[in-house]
Design a protein around this ligand. Structure first.
Ligand code: ATP
Length: 309
């Protein structure tokens, strides 16, 4: 796949001397959904702002569609749609005018067919004559997306697209993002909701304290870093883990009614067969067993904690 966004050694030092980006390098491929994950203050918005020309990088380079974001600011910016975190819309304006106006700001001529297609894609067509203030929060977010799409960008940045949105609307928004991907738009989104990245991203970039900790295909990441746990519900509770089982580092939970075994899916063997035999040899009866894959959230928290340590 072709690279559409290339970032190389990007640094941003704010006026007060704070270094928000410490040499970020990253490539984004055409047609993918990349989720940028990071704790508060990690530098996500700064990175997006730099790529969109809102803030000037102190050092390093970046290009969008081959256009340098500083030297060729205009063509680079033409290729980008930005959906900001804050909802800033004119409350008394009608939906359709709001969107048409945004296209005009990019110096593009009126194109009613395109605007209709975008509004339909975002399920806003029926609301095109409504005033912004009459819309629900979820619809306002869709208007922000429509505005960001109306100059036909190839790369769309979504900064926290579902912050403060309820679960149902969040799923709705995921569908919208998926449809945009199908239409060929490359999407970079920042999010605090790790399940959001897990649900829709092709690749995950983790950023912490202005540095990229990793960028990896989501499925590979979960396979590589993921650990599995085996939960063993015992027929009768134990006061302590028997000494004969000490090699397994079992965790005793729920007053000894259950034991947790952590194992690595990358290892040669999981050790489960041996463990079950050892439990039987100790005379421990089992009521139930259950395995669970660690979530992206657990992987993420582990990564950031390691980086802070
Ligand atoms: N104009 C500014 N001047 C000085 N420091 C700033 C400025 N803007 C942001 N920062 C600092 O840079 C760091 C990164 O901020 P940024 O908004 O990029 O983080 P973020 O990852 O988007 O965080 P959040 O998830 O909270 O939105 C923070 O410590 C922030 O306080």
């Amino acid at each position: 796949m072709a690279v559409i966004v290339a970032v190389e050694g990007l640094r941003k030092v704010y006026k007060d001397g704070f270094e928000a980006l410490r040499g970020v390098s990253l490539t984004i491929e055409e047609g993918e959904i990349l989720a940028l994950l990071g704790p508060n203050g990690a530098g996500k918005t700064t990175l997006i702002s730099a790529l969109c020309g809102i803030t000037t990088p102190t050092a390093g380079r970046a290009s969008v569609g081959g256009h340098d974001i500083v030297r060729d600011y205009r063509p680079a910016r033409q290729m980008i749609g930005l959906v900001p975190q804050e909802i800033a819309l004119e409350p008394f304006e009608k939906v359709i005018n709001t969107v048409r106006f945004s296209r005009g700001l990019f110096g593009k001529g009126r194109d009613d067919a395109l605007i209709e297609r975008i509004l339909r894609q975002l399920s806003l067509w029926d609301k095109r004559h409504s005033r912004i203030r009459e819309l629900s929060g979820g619809m306002k977010r869709r208007v922000l997306i429509a505005k960001a799409l109306c100059h036909e960008p190839r790369v769309l940045f979504l900064d926290e697209p579902t912050a403060g949105v309820d679960v149902e609307l969040r799923r709705d928004m995921w569908q919208v993002v998926e449809n945009l991907k199908q239409s060929g738009v490359t999407i970079i989104l920042t999010t605090h909701y790790i399940e959001e990245a897990e649900a829709i991203a092709d690749r995950i970039a983790v950023i912490n304290k202005g540095e990229i900790l990793l960028v990896e295909n989501k499925a590979d990441l979960m396979r590589r870093m993921g650990r599995k746990t085996l939960r063993i519900d015992l027929a009768a509770p134990v006061d302590a883990v028997p000494a004969a089982l000490s090699d397994y580092n079992l965790e005793r939970i729920e007053d000894g009614h259950a034991l947790i075994y952590h194992y690595d899916t990358r290892g040669e063997g999981t050790g489960i067969t041996r463990l079950l035999q050892a439990l039987a040899a100790e005379g421990l009866g089992l009521r139930d067993i259950e395995t669970r894959q660690s979530s992206l959230e657990e992987i993420f928290v582990g990564l950031v904690r390691e980086d802070t340590a």
